[in-house]
Design a protein around this ligand. Sequence first.
Ligand code: ZN
Length: 284
Amino acid sequence: MFEQFIPNLWVQRSAWFDINVGIFVSQNQALLIDPGISADEVDAMHQFALKKGWDIIGIYLTHWHWDHILGPERLPNVPIYAPPYYDEVFEPEKHDRTLIALTNWEKEAGISRETPFVIPQPDRIFANHDTLIVGNAELQIVHTPGHCKGQAALFERESGLLWSGDNLIDYELPFVFHSCDAFIENLENLKTLDIHALVPGHGASTQDQAEINVRFSNSLTYLHDLKALVKQALADGLSGTETIARGLEQMPITNPEALRPHQINIGQTYLEFGGEAGAEKLGW
Ligand SMILES: [Zn+2]
């Protein structure tokens, strides 16, 4: 069910998966953001927009991870807009891993499909600081690497809306698929924006200023601690496995579901700062 989060934005949390999908509207023009996640939900989203009398002018994909790219196949004539470096998904390894992750999820969820999934090919890949026009509103493309290199948030200055992609989620930790250093830089940059309404890719949205500040400080504290941990471990000559063990002691995690992402974050960051994987499988 779509709820009006701020005057220009409707948001729905999928019933299948904890992900936010959105419709940004201005002057009856509608931009779909990360539409998904099941075929039924995408079709319902389409019907919802039609009933409102909105003209769907495009789909914006915040990044190429499988859970954010499922909408376009149900909306074949709608232009697809993508963030900087979206193209990296077509590198063979990333391409195959994306399809495997989707197949595994669909199997677990009991979703079957008649035709194989094809990763959407965008009509336009934006550059950082480009502007996406919807009606008389301007959405700024803000490149946000760290979780994924090919990721960008949307920021509307007028309302202070930030659709952040997989940044500033209210989980216990950020998921560092790409780079700890880039993630820190990205959040420091987002912090300079005048944000009044935050919609992350997953978890709860908020217009509470104190909550927005807490999300920044929690994520940044985690990332700085992660970096310091790994740098010290490398200076001490620790292996990846030893670094993970030390990390679990020095950066304890309370939510059992966050334990595995935490371990993988440590492995990923160990590789980022020059550690050798050796025989171990480290990182995402
Ligand atoms: Zn995501």
